[in-house]
Design a protein around this ligand. Structure first.
Ligand code: EPU
Length: 339
């Protein structure tokens, strides 16, 4: 375990916001987490779990204790002719896990290639892209209670997964520190190639293999999403809104080209990026805070934007989408600090 005081988080959030945390604790194994949360003397003030900081916007210094996983290790737990259960420490880089699985021929998470962040965040956020979501493969999640240090395991259904949502973002928000995530993967995978440009991109590569899906997803992501190493960002800033069939069909009358997809439970999911784009935001900058010029759903820190600069821009965007379409966007990114 490592404990840091008054530490800058500039390199620990993908927006590259320069703020400080009073205390930052890196946890290297489950036993450390158990004793830290039982004993609690090292935890001062409020606590917040931070992975790679790839879905967070800090609007001020953090007066409390940040908890960070450095639990490593990827293992095969069980294998038969059809599927395999693997486990991964929560501190493993998500894309390294995807690469490892593709290399072994274990299918299920290849469409989630290049998503920034750690394995520990994958169940919390139910990460998703190109027709797949983490929930499709998560078998169980092992976590330590931050309140008393007890260890629990959550089955897939215990996690109550939804669109970019889980029990760890609602009832159990901030209450459990994920240590290990178990995935059930397929040795004869059904490959998902339907989403948007994925099919086209795959054709350029030839055979439909796990490796080629990974390659195609990487190419599409690189063409649309800014590299956080170059321009601070947190991927999609807002969730795609779900509206009723009536609202969707009246919007379709006015905008016949509007992208829309059934959400699987009676609602219609719209593309927030398209709504924002139509409001004229693509490429707009307010100082160093801006809207990406290739994907209007992504807000960018072009250098020295503060969290508040990005937040204020997001408020302006929300207002304009309400004004034009009557739809209120929800942020996907977690705001930490004063607003
Ligand atoms: N669109 C526009 N203009 C834009 C952006 C999008 O017209 O500026 C249109 C696109 O042409 C397309 C539709 O909107 O018809 C959807 O766009 P895209 O396929 O790029 O996906 P998205 O809905 O904007 C979602 C996820 C992404 C994920 C992609 C691919 C959310 C909030 N975002 O974006 O996830 O990579 O689908 O599956 O669900 C993330 O969560 O951080 C993230 C990047």
């Amino acid at each position: 375990m490592k404990v840091f005081h008054n530490i800058s988080l500039r390199n620990r959030n993908t927006f590259g916001i320069d703020i400080k945390a009073d205390r930052f604790i890196s946890i290297e194994n489950e036993q450390e987490a158990e004793s830290l949360f039982k004993d609690r003397t090292l935890i001062s003030g409020q606590s917040l779990i931070i992975g790679a900081g790839s879905n967070m916007l800090f609007t001020g210094n953090f007066a409390g204790t940040m908890l960070h996983s450095e639990l490593g290790g990827i293992r095969v737990e069980e294998i038969n002719n059809e599927d395999v259960i693997i486990s991964s420490g929560s501190g493993v880089n998500w894309d390294s896990l995807v690469e490892w699985c593709v290399g072994k021929g274990f299918g299920g998470i290849e469409n989630l290639s290049l998503i920034p962040g750690t394995v520990g965040a994958s169940p919390v956020q139910n990460i998703g892209a190109y027709g797949a979501e983490a929930k499709d493969c998560i078998y169980k999640v092992r976590a330590v209670s931050i309140l008393d240090g007890s260890v629990s395991e959550f089955s897939n259904s215990d996690c109550r997964f939804g669109y970019r949502d889980s029990i760890f973002k609602s009832e159990l928000k901030g209450k459990y520190f994920v240590t290990t995530v178990f995935f059930r993967l397929n040795l004869n995978p059904e490959m998902k190639t339907e989403y948007g440009a994925l099919g086209e991109e795959l054709q350029k590569l030839g055979a439909v293999t796990l490796r080629n899906i990974r390659q195609a997803v990487i190419s599409i992501r690189k063409s649309k999403l800014p590299d956080p190493e170059l321009f601070g960002n947190a991927g999609s800033f807002f969730r795609n809104p779900v509206v009723s069939a009536e609202i969707a069909s009246s919007l379709k009358t006015e905008y016949p080209n509007m992208p829309s997809y059934p959400d699987g439970s009676g609602g219609i999911k719209l593309a927030a990026g398209w709504l924002i784009d139509l409001c004229g935001w693509k490429g707009v900058r307010r100082g160093d805070a801006g809207v990406h010029d290739k994907q209007a759903l992504v807000l960018v820190n072009y250098g020295n934007a503060t969290g508040s600069d990005i937040y204020n821009l997001s408020e302006e965007i929300k207002e304009s989408v309400i004004k034009r379409f009557g739809i209120e966007l929800d942020r996907e990114v977690e705001i930490t600090g004063p607003i």
